[in-house]
Design a protein around this ligand. Structure first.
Ligand SMILES: *[C@@H]1O[C@H](CO)[C@@H](O)[C@H](O)[C@H]1NC(C)=O
Ligand SMILES: *[C@@H]1O[C@H](CO)[C@@H](O)[C@H](O)[C@H]1NC(C)=O
Ligand SMILES: *[C@@H]1O[C@H](CO)[C@@H](O)[C@H](O)[C@H]1NC(C)=O
Length: 444
């Protein structure tokens, strides 16, 4: 289990120990307090001004150069403009303390903040008020989604990102790829109501993502290939696209992923595994304690996903996937039933388990379950293993027992759209009914 001493800040025992699908410890090796006492590089001493006009990019790059071999780069509270992007690579044992708010003013693509090839790293806000306002609506209102991502981590080892808020990215909000031993927690991500504005995308090894809220209309917290040992817990998709694995293409390699305590409201799906052709595997993965309300799809495995152009290969092989304790309601079960398992005919799914699954429709009085080329146990899955088979659909017209589930109060009632400025939220103190965040929210 996690060391509760972590909550004591300077006295923290690092890195964090966890159980579950992880392969070992996650998080930075030294606390930010230790780094700060070694060296502090305040961007105000490198030319930054909290005037919402002066470009914080070059001062941030200079402060990083001075502190990247051991120290803390500080962006104090205040409002900053960012006109040029930073690439913070190399070094180790450093932290980035974002207590101010950075407003995007530049228009380039790429990544506003890129952190690469470093270890023992922490990005955090000491107040919980540190944020990046991507002002994506300025571009989205003109029909463009080609601007910058807010944050990308690449080849970062032994790290954490926490207690920061990312708002209205021109493109994606946060992607993490080819990273190892990371922890991401206590975050609010709030973007426009549009596809292509992903919340968190991860393809990495040994990563714990927990206590995160995402509002947008695309990926909530999504795992891509290659990934191994990923634990995703206490996630609130508060009007989103929903969580997913994918899109999956050639040579997919995903194993030992565990999604747990996922609350999804007004999204495209509760969980989707999406591909169209391709090869490789997804295996040994668990999806448990899901609550859904007002979503289009619920469990949606679609290996003929028409939004993706077909990739060479007979299909990604899905094996040993367990869906357990799913409750709640879907928007319209007669048009989009709560169980859709469409596996590739060229690579039928095996050892799929759907258990303790009870969902019902919010409109009408019918819903369907549909399976194709899928083997395992539960609902429309065929037992054993074998050849491909055409989709079989069963329709039920009575609510299953026990579908009601606890709800989050204050679900987002109206989307933020794409043409007006999106307000910066505070970090929520709960992400799943009855689950307490693992770490205290900074500033509370
Ligand atoms: C990451 O941390 C582990 C201990 O948890 C350590 O064995 C490993 O060497 C560290 N990697 C780097 C690149 O510092
Ligand atoms: C199925 O996956 C679980 C982890 O999700 C693992 O513990 C178990 O050993 C796997 N079963 C087989 C038969 O590989
Ligand atoms: C859901 O999102 C909306 C908009 O960000 C926010 O006002 C509301 O408080 C969120 N719900 C919870 C329970 O945090």
């Amino acid at each position: 289990m996690r060391f509760s001493q972590f909550l004591l800040g300077a006295a923290a025992v690092l890195p964090t120990l966890v159980v579950g699908q992880l392969s070992g410890k996650v998080g930075p090796l030294t606390s930010h307090a230790t780094k700060t006492s070694k060296k502090t590089c305040n961007v105000l001493d490198y030319g930054a001004k909290a005037d919402k006009t002066t470009d914080v990019g070059p001062p941030l790059a200079s402060a990083h150069a001075a502190c990247k071999s051991g120290g803390t780069v500080v962006i104090p509270s205040g409002e900053y403009a960012m006109n040029t992007w930073v690439s913070l690579t190399g070094g180790s044992a450093w932290a980035l303390q974002l207590d101010g708010v950075i407003y995007r003013t530049g228009t380039a693509g790429g990544n506003m903040i890129f952190v690469g090839s470093t270890s023992d790293f922490e990005l955090f806000s000491s107040t919980g008020k540190g944020a990046v306002q991507g002002n994506g609506y300025v571009l989205h209102a003109q029909g463009s989604r080609t601007g910058a991502r807010i944050l990308r981590l690449n080849k970062v080892t032994n790290f954490s990102v926490h207690d920061v808020v990312l708002v209205d990215a021109p493109a994606f909000h946060f992607s993490m790829d080819t990273c190892t031993n990371g922890e991401v927690y206590n975050m609010a991500i709030r973007g426009g109501d549009w596809g292509g504005l992903d919340g968190i995308d991860v393809w990495s090894n040994n990563i714990w993502i927990h206590d995160v809220m995402v509002t947008n209309k695309d990926e909530c917290v999504t795992v891509k290939s290659p990934s191994k040992n990923i634990l995703i817990e206490n996630i609130y998709c508060n009007w989103s696209g929903g969580c997913a694995l994918g899109s999956l293409g050639a040579n997919t390699a995903i194993s030992l992923v565990h999604y747990k305590n996922i609350y999804t409201w007004s999204s495209n799906q509760m969980m989707m595994i999406k591909s169209n052709g391709g090869s490789g595997y997804v295996e040994d993965t668990v999806f448990e304690n899901f609550i859904g309300r007002g979503n289009a799809y619920s469990l949606d495995i679609d290996q003929y996903w028409s939004s993706m152009s077909a990739v060479d290969g007979s299909g990604v092989k899905l094996t040993n996937l367990t869906f357990k304790n799913w409750k709640g309601t879907e928007a319209n079960g007669a048009s989009r039933g709560p169980i859709k398992v469409m596996c590739a005919d060229g690579a039928p799914c095996t050892d799929i388990t759907i258990t303790d699954f009870s969902m019902w429709t919010e409109s009408g009085s019918k819903q369907w379950y549909s399976c194709r080329s899928a083997y395992g146990s539960g609902f429309c899955l065929k037992s054993g293993s074998g050849a491909s088979y055409a989709a079989t659909t069963s329709t039920v017209s009575a609510a299953p027992a026990g579908y009601t589930a606890a709800t989050m109060k204050d679900d987002l009632k109206t989307a933020f759209g794409t043409t007006l400025s999106i307000p910066i939220p505070t970090i929520p103190t709960t992400y799943y009914p009855g689950a307490t965040p693992y770490s205290k929210i900074a500033g509370t």
